[in-house]
Design a protein around this ligand. Structure first.
Ligand code: GLU
Ligand code: MG
Length: 455
């Protein structure tokens, strides 16, 4: 939503047709982190923008295996339809896809059949938190880092052979990297860098910081762009939190910072270059971690990724540039400048809905700011090497690794309940329960295989 002039849909349609765009894919993300979509012919775009296209209301209770759970009271039958509307705030909201010639992309919002707000629309949840941040005097900057494991489509072998972070590994995927850099840029997506990560055949792409809605949109479009470039080069990209039990996980780390009066509000004269706002923002994140990560790393795969020693945020603590911490402060330095301060949430992955993940993260940080939450001491070590007694003495607990623990944390978080609202929370929990029931009937390898390609 913007205050600017509404987009001239007839003119936009002509422009798209002139660019040989025959269809527009309207994408949205469900409660499992799966991108669902409808594609309309370009001639139907204006009608879709006004009235939406019909989709079943039970998309809110689809689980990670395309099962539908009817355990949530609000959506307990197959009856009901809602409208999926492409978000067209500006003429560049509809993006001709560099890697899929003839098609364009638009991000979708879901509204009730009568056009009123639908409580299960994840995008609206983030819009609400952005407004709350603005009411508190802040703009939020956010950016996701995308890790993925690339394999060859033909034989399933690794697309690169390492070593980690090496130019030699990158050489194995040269053509893909060139195409990807070109397509990301043509699709309007900025990145900081791309590199070979430490996991087998793993790559990381760090998206540039943006406002929260744009950052979530960029994360969704980046997946589409990566999948398309991989396909064009005979590769396949797994975004799953844990592509296989013998490999490192794929983290989709979420970096956030606050801006007030045009300047980074986390930066200050205090310890670690933090302001009081910065201290309490981190404190809020750390305090809310158990409930928070049930939304930012919610799936059965997320629970398996959460292992000590993998820089995946297995324990609930923070540190300064400590990559084993669930919350990592990236401080300003004289070299980087005072605008650089940001906070990385490691416990975040592709199975999170990015709109919900950002909404709960912003809410957690700002809850800390609102009540000037006290900041615990940072920990610079790998607490996985400590014994339980030492961790307990330091007030550090492992984050959940079972469905039951995570469910309890989700349901006992007042913050998550407030951010999601009772309808969406009910549907979200029902999805998690359905996933857990599926996992209980399968081996770990079957589970990882079932999630490997869905994100
Ligand atoms: N691959 C790790 C994860 O699962 C993160 C590695 C890193 O810190 O970049 O989150
Ligand atoms: Mg990484």
């Amino acid at each position: 939503m913007t205050d600017s002039q509404p987009v001239d849909l007839a003119h936009l349609t002509h422009t798209l047709r002139d660019d040989n765009i025959v269809g527009v894919t309207i994408g949205w993300v469900d409660n499992n982190g799966v991108v669902r979509s409808r594609t309309v012919p370009t001639a139907e775009l204006a009608a879709a923008a006004r009235r939406g296209v019909g989709i079943t209301s039970v998309f809110a209770v689809f689980d990670s295996h395309d099962g539908i759970t009817f355990a949530h009271g609000g959506l307990a039958t197959p009856s009901g339809d809602v409208r999926l509307i492409p978000v067209i705030d500006t003429t560049s909201s509809v993006v001709p896809l560099a890697g899929q010639p003839g098609l364009a992309w638009a991000h979708g919002r879901q509204v009730s059949a009568d056009g009123s707000a639908w409580p299960y629309d994840q995008r609206a949840v983030l819009e609400r938190q952005v407004r709350r941040a603005a009411d508190a005097g802040f703009e939020v900057r956010a950016g996701f880092e995308i890790e993925c494991a690339l394999t060859r489509e033909s034989d399933g072998l690794p697309a690169h052979r390492g070593p980690a972070y090496s130019a030699n590994a990158m050489r194995d995927v040269d053509e893909f990297v060139v195409q990807l850099l070109r397509d990301l840029s043509r699709n309007g997506l900025g990145i900081g860098q791309i590199h070979a990560e430490y996991g087998g055949s793993q790559l990381e792409i760090a998206l540039s910081p943006l406002d929260p809605l744009a950052a979530a949109d960029a994360q969704v479009l980046a997946r589409q762009t990566i999948h398309a470039a991989a396909r064009a080069r005979g590769l396949r990209s797994s975004f799953a939190p844990l592509p296989s039990s013998s490999n490192a996980g794929n983290g989709w780390h979420l970096h956030t910072s606050l801006v007030r009066d045009g300047h980074n509000a986390l930066t200050g004269d205090g310890e670690h270059g933090l302001s009081e706002t910065g201290r309490s923002y981190i404190a809020g994140l750390v305090r809310e971690l158990p409930g928070l990560v049930a939304v930012t790393a919610p799936s059965s795969g997320s629970l398996l990724r959460r292992r000590p020693g993998y820089w995946a945020g297995a324990f609930g603590f923070w540190g300064v540039e400590n990559r084993e911490a669930a919350v990592r402060l990236v401080p300003a330095t004289p070299l980087l400048g005072s605008e650089h301060t940001n906070v990385e949430l490691k416990a975040c992955d592709a199975s999170a809905n990015p709109y919900l993940a950002l909404a709960v993260t912003i809410a957690a940080g700002l809850s800390g700011v609102a009540d000037a939450a006290p900041l615990p001491r940072p920990v610079q070590e790998d607490v996985g090497g400590w014994d339980d007694a030492r961790r307990e003495a330091a007030g550090i607990s492992p984050l959940a690794t079972t469905h039951d623990q995570q469910r309890e944390n989700l349901l006992s978080s007042a913050l998550v309940a407030d951010v999601l609202g009772s309808d969406l929370l009910g549907a979200f929990v029902a999805c998690r329960d359905a996933d857990a029931a599926w996992a209980a009937g399968h081996t770990e390898d079957e589970l990882l295989e079932s999630l490997r390609w869905i994100y």
